[in-house]
Design a protein around this ligand. Sequence first.
Ligand SMILES: [Mg+2]
Length: 366
Amino acid sequence: MSVFLHVDMDAFFASIEQAVNPRLKGKPLVVGSRGKRMHTVVCAASYAAKALGIHSGMSSREAFLICPNLEFVKADQAKYIWTSERILEILQGYGFPLSYASIDEFQMELFGKVNPLDLGRIIKERIYADFNITASVGIAESRILAKLASKLDKPDGLSLIDASNFKDVLSRTCLDELPGMGGKTGAGLIKTGLKTCWDLYLNLPGFFKEDDKNPGKSDEGPKSVGHSYTLPDARTNPQVILAWIRLLSEMVSSRLRRQGLAGFTVAVRLAGPLIGDFCLQKTYKTPTNDGYEIYKRAVQISSKIASKTPRIRLIGITCSGLSFNAYLNPLFKEDARREGLLRALDSINNRYGDGSIYPAVTALAR
Ligand SMILES: [Mg+2]
């Protein structure tokens, strides 16, 4: 039987800013979605800021009222993506099936003779040594429990949920603290009168078990490449949502190109309090691994989901129907020009680290 190890970076964006600029270490710090310190939204808060009651999703004005000496940094997505992809590479080096749960969360499926706690400790030390930021690691027999375990002792935690503490942990965890319990699922469950995860377990024991239809297989190559991001609060601003779609499309495209793949199918997942959780996909005649093309396809697909501007909390972009094709044969002159651009972009990113070059529009995201 396999065991899952969930790695969740602590206050990821804020911690990276503190690692880059040690003057900010230990201080209350917020990362703002835009550079206007009094007119933006907190998209990440350091632990010192969290301790004062400052949290992501709050207006920066409100945060400065709580703490007038608050340190402020404008979000720099390219830096966060770069770090995220380096962490992914480190984790891939351990040779277990691995998936991206979000920009700062990774799940690894362990089997064989490895000691999960030892490996968790090694991973935490490696991340700290390389990036000067901390991660919390959770270990359990299913993905959902491993994720829950990663939250038990944050920051810099290492926790295990097993038979000895299963009932205890579930009894003191309210349903709304459970990952993925936002929106309709959570509201539906809470209406049933269930309060804690233990209540849920008694009614639906399979909920916390791993679906054995989906055992990890590392030797087949990926069936899909995707990225998603949960915004700190639901957004209606189409500019912000489009910028996130573009950013996620660029992340997907750079991973596809690195693996020499292109995808025929693009899937868009959008979730929010009013629309629930939607996923639509479309298969095209030509495969692509161009971030702008994935973005255009994603926008076309998502226009079917949302004609107006619903509040969006989660955005996901996935490419599937993969074929081996690093750079596609350009049919048209315009495509040839873009292919040249992509090659140049990849060589710069390969040389100087990913995220050196990203389209300017992605800076708008959050
Ligand atoms: Mg995190």
